[in-house]
Design a protein around this ligand. Structure first.
Ligand SMILES: [Zn+2]
Length: 189
């Protein structure tokens, strides 16, 4: 019963918060701090749409994934943690027990190193909830040197992380006093 009332309180809290933006533009940087383009996230009825516009990549396919922490610290961007995986699945769009919620199809850079791709994250949202890309402190989106094979654990054997950007809630100067994750921790008895 305690959990039921907790869920009801959570619904009240999230219901009272102002509506989040349904579109976000994320600047993408390499390990040297050069901005290589932007990814625009749009909330849609079937999930979150990504419009990927990048330059300066090696021609060919590259992996792209949402990661669990909004921290892009070079040179390896390991600060962003693992792939965003709130449902505890295996990695890979072709894995029978996959995929991570943050797994995306590979993007392809043309002979000039340009990427212009349109992708979907069907289970994700920019609004509140377990699958929110902006929940807590947010998430990161990272492009890798190689392509994701869609099957290998934990990251599709896609090589080094080369370009990173952070996706967070609306720019607020202070932390929300009703952060649901903090509340959750205090509930432990
Ligand atoms: Zn994954």
């Amino acid at each position: 019963m305690r959990w039921l009332s907790f869920i009801l309180i959570m619904l009240l809290i999230t219901g009272c918060q102002p509506k989040d933006e349904k579109s976000k533009s994320v600047d993408m940087y390499n390990a040297s701090g050069d901005m290589l383009g932007t990814i625009t996230f749009n909330e849609q009825s079937g999930g979150v749409n990504l419009k990927v516009k990048l330059e300066g990549l090696a021609p060919g396919f590259h992996g792209i994934h949402m990661h669990e922490y909004a921290k892009c610290e070079g040179p390896d961007f390991k600060s962003a943690g693992n792939h965003f995986n709130p449902e505890g699945k295996e990695h890979g769009l072709m894995h029978p027990e996959g995929a991570h919620l943050g797994d995306l199809p590979n993007i392809e850079a043309d002979s000039g190193g340009l990427v212009d791709a349109d992708l979907m994250l069907p289970e994700a949202t920019l609004l509140d909830g377990k699958n929110s890309l902006t929940r807590g402190d947010g998430t990161a989106v990272i492009v890798t040197e190689g392509e994701d094979d869609g099957m290998s654990q934990p990251g599709g054997n896609s090589g080094e992380r080369i370009i990173c950007g952070t996706l967070t809630k609306n720019e607020k100067q202070e932390e929300s006093p009703t952060d649901p994750t903090q509340y959750n921790e205090k509930q432990e008895e």
